[in-house]
Design a binder for this molecule. Structure first.
Ligand code: PMP
Length: 451
């Protein structure tokens, strides 16, 4: 127990826990058995749990706190904005909003010069699709299996992971394709080049069979996050971009998780020389200090709504507190060299350490990532690649590993058979090393289940 958390705060946390179980309805959970962790305090790369234990936050709070917790400059910017003006409807000009839009437009690739603000990622995805539909006059949407695009109705229909199935009421206009996923190829590929070629051939077949004249958009995470941080093989994204251009389909790059420095560039799509038609963002735009998301769009999409009304909006679109937080967060990321730091941490620390762990731990099937955006995929057998938990599920083995990580002072991001290594971009080297040591030790748990 850390003395930095007072007995009063711990008491208040215990009372909050009771109230939570009585009155709070939680996301993606059966409410009964759910035992949420209380977090009493957060600072930099640390959080303190309900008993006052200090944990290294290796989860980024759903891969979101890119600048770490409670950055003093961003907290001050929110306070200053609150003192000046808390809320202004979207039809008015607001200084924080204009500045946030400029900073975002300057960092997105090519001619993505215009920004529509939303409250988060799912509504950004929904609006990007609506824009693509109105721009093209077509309705279908192509999306990858093994993807996550949000929890609202259309966004979850677009999602490719099993949560989609639980929310399927049919006829959303979404058609899924098999993504390029070199570790578990859907196409029986044995090399990266083969995977790229086969995945692109499959995609073009799907476009032709579905009828390009009906397909408004293709949405893809440049580096899929929740679904496993699996890196696209060389040439794949360029190929997808070519196919969408050839068939008049709008390419939506979903950068909600992969954006704002996570993979060591402002946007993950910046690893390739590609400009999408629309780009969705949220999370890292202001590290979630105040909810914010949005869509950056090309000049051509923008011009569609030059003399035609855009039929959509949100009361909190471009909320001043959220935008002031974004202006400040983007500012500190630039001033403090966080993007370059994330790139260095991936190249010099996380990448090499995970490669070493893979040599030591037979339960690691694959490691991959860039910047501070990495996945460890756990298997019971490297030959058969039998996952440590089924896709879409949990397992006693994974739960034991998560417990061991917490006991070693780590708040992990775990998903199905994976541990994601997703700390803040500015995590100090020695704290990161300490977290990686703990992960290395904890993996002895899953090694026991290797056959
Ligand atoms: N797209 C991607 C790629 C995401 O990772 C997420 C959230 N994890 C979303 C969309 C949805 O964002 P939100 O939860 O803010 O609605």
């Amino acid at each position: 127990t850390d003395t930095e958390v007072s007995a009063e705060l711990i008491e208040a946390g215990k009372r909050a826990y009771e109230l939570d179980r009585e009155h709070v309805f939680h996301s993606w959970q059966a409410q009964g058995p759910f035992k949420p962790m209380t977090i009493l305090k957060a600072e930099g790369s640390y959080v303190w749990d309900g008993d006052g234990n200090k944990l290294i936050d290796m989860s980024g709070q759903l891969v979101n706190t890119n600048i770490g917790h409670q950055h003093p400059k961003v907290v001050a910017a929110i306070q200053e904005q609150a003192a000046q003006i808390c809320t202004i409807a979207p039809q008015h000009v607001n200084i924080a909003r204009s500045e946030a839009a400029r900073l975002i437009a300057e960092r997105t690739p090519g001619d993505l010069n215009h920004v529509f603000f939303t409250n988060g990622g799912a509504d950004a995805v929904e609006h990007a699709i609506r824009m693509a539909r109105l721009h093209t006059g077509r309705y279908k949407v192509l999306s990858a299996y093994r993807s996550y695009h949000g929890g609202t109705q259309l966004a979850v229909n677009v999602t490719g992971d099993p949560r989609r199935v639980a929310n399927d009421y049919g006829n959303s206009g979404v058609v899924h394709f098999m993504p390029a996923y070199t570790y578990r190829s859907y196409f029986g590929s044995t090399t990266e080049a083969e995977e790229t070629e086969r995945a692109l051939r499959h995609l073009e077949d799907m476009i032709v069979l579905e009828g390009a004249q009906n397909i408004a958009a293709l949405i893809l995470e440049s580096i899929p996050g929740t679904a496993g941080i699996y890196m696209p093989p060389a040439g794949y994204l360029e190929g997808v971009r070519e196919l969408t251009k050839k068939h008049g389909i709008m390419f939506i790059a979903d950068e909600v998780m992969a954006g704002f420095g996570r993979s060591g560039k402002w946007f993950s799509i910046n690893h390739w020389d590609i400009t999408p038609d629309l780009l969705t963002f949220a999370k890292g735009v202001n590290s979630g200090y105040v909810p914010l998301g949005g869509v950056a769009m090309s000049d051509a999409i923008f011009e569609t709504f030059g003399d035609r009304v855009y039929p959509g909006g949100l009361t909190y679109s471009g909320h001043p507190l959220a935008c002031a937080a974004a202006v400040s967060a983007i500012g500190v990321m630039a001033e403090e060299g966080m993007i370059e730091n994330a790139e260095r941490l991936g190249r010099d620390i996380i990448g090499p350490r995970l490669a070493q762990m893979m040599e030591r731990h037979p339960s690691i099937g694959d490691v991959r990532g860039a910047g501070v955006f990495w996945a460890i995929e756990l298997v019971k057998n490297r030959e058969t690649k039998e996952p440590m938990a089924a896709y879409g599920g949990s397992s006693p083995e994974m739960n034991e590993l998560i417990g061991a990580l917490k006991a070693k002072g780590i708040l992990p991001f775990a998903n199905f058979n994976r541990i994601h290594v997703v700390p803040a971009l500015n995590i100090p080297d020695e704290v990161l090393e300490q977290a990686l040591d703990a992960i290395d030790e904890a993996l002895e748990v899953t090694d026991k289940y290797v056959s």
